[in-house]
Ligand binder design. Structure first.
Ligand SMILES: Nc1nc2c(c(=O)[nH]1)N[C@H]1C(S)=C(S)[C@@H](COP(=O)(O)O)O[C@H]1N2
Ligand SMILES: [Mo]
Length: 203
């Protein structure tokens, strides 16, 4: 399976600048941050939809997703509450693969990720294309735990981790940006950890 290394993580390996400003290394102690009640989802019945401004809106079953070419991420993740985890390994499918099949329309420029629970988060389309985002169902070679978003979570590791919607079920392509759950509550619309885009009004 193709493995994409996190942006810059190789270059920064073992050096202090490996961590974005204001972040600490949580080691292997992966915190759980869930705003809503954790859903109890059966992988066999979970689906992933790409719709909105696309030529071919599509829904993939669990089985359909596994039949697609797999893709993994090896690198770091960064939560806005200041923990980072170094050298994580996730596997699933690249968002590029789903978007190629759904065929975004020319006017699509943003995406809203929707979880089965109603949690939402907005992203520029450019931040989930070009090998930067995954629909992940494995962590460290094992099925992704329910508290970490299993069966399926969005993974956008180059942005703060609130963009990586747990229990993701839908990517809605949009022409205009619209704030998701945390973004309506003051978090930044983009959330680049290297630029410390934590809150609305940050650069
Ligand atoms: N559905 C859903 N997705 C979510 C969240 C949430 O509360 N609900 N929290 C976000 C935040 S703030 C972070 S830091 C990460 C936490 O993921 P983890 O619990 O696996 O560490 O999930 C993100 N995705
Ligand atoms: Mo977070």
């Amino acid at each position: 399976m193709p493995v994409t290394r996190g942006f810059g993580s190789g270059r920064r390996r073992g050096r202090p600048e490996r961590l974005p400003p204001g972040q600490y290394d949580t080691g292997r102690d992966w915190p759980v941050l869930t705003a809503e009640a954790q859903p109890d989802l059966d992988p066999e019945h979970c689906t992933m939809t790409v719709d909105g401004l696309v030529d071919r809106p599509r829904t993939w079953s669990w089985r359909d997703l596994h039949a697609l070419p797999g893709s993994s991420y090896f690198g770091d993740i960064h939560c806005v509450t200041t923990w980072s985890m170094i050298d994580t390994t996730f596997a699933g499918v690249s968002v590029d693969t789903l978007l190629e099949l759904a065929a975004p329309k020319r006017e699509a420029a943003y995406v809203m990720a929707h979880s089965t629970t109603g949690y939402t988060t907005n992203l520029p389309l450019a931040d989930i294309t070009g090998g930067k985002a995954w629909i992940a169902w494995e962590y460290d070679g094992r099925p992704l735990a329910a508290e970490h978003g299993g069966p399926l979570r969005l993974l956008v590791p180059h942005l703060y981790f609130w963009k990586s919607a747990k229990w993701v079920a839908r990517l809605e392509l949009m022409s205009d940006d619209r704030p998701g759950f945390w973004e309506q509550n003051g978090y930044h619309d983009r959330g680049d950890p290297w630029l410390e885009q934590r809150y609305q009004g940050d650069p």
